[in-house]
Write a protein that binds this ligand. Structure first.
Ligand code: ATP
Length: 387
């Protein structure tokens, strides 16, 4: 088991591309940490530097307190599972799983019988006991992915690194395999660093998630805290589906927030923060589930209504997504219980109630800015332990 520490780590590729910019991160023993962010944000580069497959341009990488910048990948005792499985096609499942142990049998002091026992144990735990004699081409995608997992697990490494391991699986199998990986982690407790661009995968799997953009860590925290207390507008927009609504407007001294010829009253905390930050223009961030029609009293307070013309209604079973136009060029989305949408049709003008007390206020900076400063928030995460 291992702790992994990155101290001011940067990576600039030989062609001058800056991929990772001065990141510092401590991953605790037994922890399951997920690196998430849009394509090109530096997730894979970070993982490959930890694995030793990519040289670090500056900064220090420590595993269990030892600086490993110049330690070869094979000497880091880390197992990596890739998106494309990388199984040996000419070898059986058994041989694929046993291969790395066979190669280092003497070095590790293992007998053939010990390797056999280990492979069969792991194969059983992954539901692969009946396919050990098959070649990879005779397996389903899910089985292949489990062989790749098994091959990593038999080594009993200090840490697992996963690089988008579920990308090749269909939606149902992805959900099943992600539960499988979580179950494995709960049993093995091996320190795990997992890369994905899928925020749902990140939210459901990680003890902590690290949201990256342009090679910079935007926020590193418990998934619920990232959702409820996003560090900046980028994180707020990246985490959550459907994404957070953003409304640009002006904040009055009395806490009135004016936009597109509408006005809502900010809760005192947000109004105070805006005042102390001396911002007059700001961006109000509202999660879709904090908006609902026919929700009088439920979301409290006066001045919490946004009027909109319904554009689309998308039933999801127990809930419904309603897209509406709240002003010129301002399309918003609300997610609410199905019964609240009864009687509402496309083209109707509807009063939507907003739980403003749980909304966020951001400075009105371009979305491309790296670290947009959030100037207000409320809500604390019940039960989210400091990690
Ligand atoms: P994705 O989700 O698309 O895999 P990522 O977040 O994992 O993206 P990286 O693969 O780490 O991102 O890439 C980070 C940046 O480094 C990108 O701009 C990418 O184009 C660049 N990059 C990656 N590998 C190289 C390389 N070998 N040479 C030059 N630039 C590279």
């Amino acid at each position: 088991m291992a702790t992994v520490e990155l101290e001011n780590v940067s990576k600039v590729y030989a062609d001058g591309t800056p991929a990772v910019n001065n990141i510092s991160l401590t991953i605790g023993d037994h922890e399951f940490i997920v690196l998430v962010g849009p394509s090109g944000c530096g997730k894979t580069t970070t993982l490959r530097m930890i694995a030793g497959l990519e040289a670090i341009s500056s900064g220090q990488l420590k595993i269990n307190g030892r600086v490993v910048n110049d330690v070869a990948p094979k000497d880091r005792d880390i197992a990596m599972v890739f998106q494309n499985y990388a199984l040996y096609p000419h070898m059986s499942v058994y041989k694929n799983m046993a291969f790395s142990l066979e190669m280092r049998r003497r070095e590790l002091g293992l007998t053939r019988a010990m390797i056999d026992q280990r492979v069969r144990e792991v194969a059983k735990s992954l539901g692969l006991a009946d396919v050990l004699a098959r070649k990879p081409k005779a397996l389903s995608g899910g089985q292949r992915q489990r062989v790749a997992l098994g091959r990593a697990i038999v080594r009993n490494p200090q840490a697992f690194l996963f690089d988008e391991p579920l990308s090749n699986l269909d939606a149902k199998l992805r959900v099943e395999t992600r539960a499988e990986i979580k179950r494995l982690h709960m049993n093995l407790r091996t320190t795990t660093i997992y890369v994905t661009h899928d925020q749902e995968e990140a939210m459901t799997m990680g003890d902590r998630i690290v949201v990256m953009k342009d090679g910079i860590i935007q926020q590193c925290d418990h998934p619920l805290r990232v959702y409820q207390q996003p560090a900046n507008r980028f994180v707020a927009g990246f985490v959550g589906m459907p994404p957070m609504n953003f409304i640009t407007g002006t904040v009055g001294g009395d806490g009135e927030f004016r936009f597109a010829s509408q006005v809502v009253c900010l809760p005192p905390e947000l109004a105070t923060t805006a005042r102390s930050a001396q911002v007059s223009r700001a961006v109000l961030g509202i999660r879709p589930e904090l908006i609902s029609p026919k929700a009088e009293g439920r979301f409290g307070g006066a001045g919490n209504i946004i009027k909109g013309v319904v554009l689309t209604i998308e039933p999801l079973g127990d809930r419904v997504d309603i897209r509406f136009k709240a002003g010129e060029g301002l399309s918003m989305i609300c997610r609410t219980e199905t019964h609240r949408a009864v009687g509402i049709s496309t083209g109707d003008t509807v009063e939507f109630h907003v739980a403003l007390a749980q909304c966020h206020l951001f400075e009105d900076l371009p979305m491309g800015e790296n670290l947009l400063h959030k100037c207000g928030r409320r809500e604390t995460v019940a039960g989210s332990a400091a990690v």
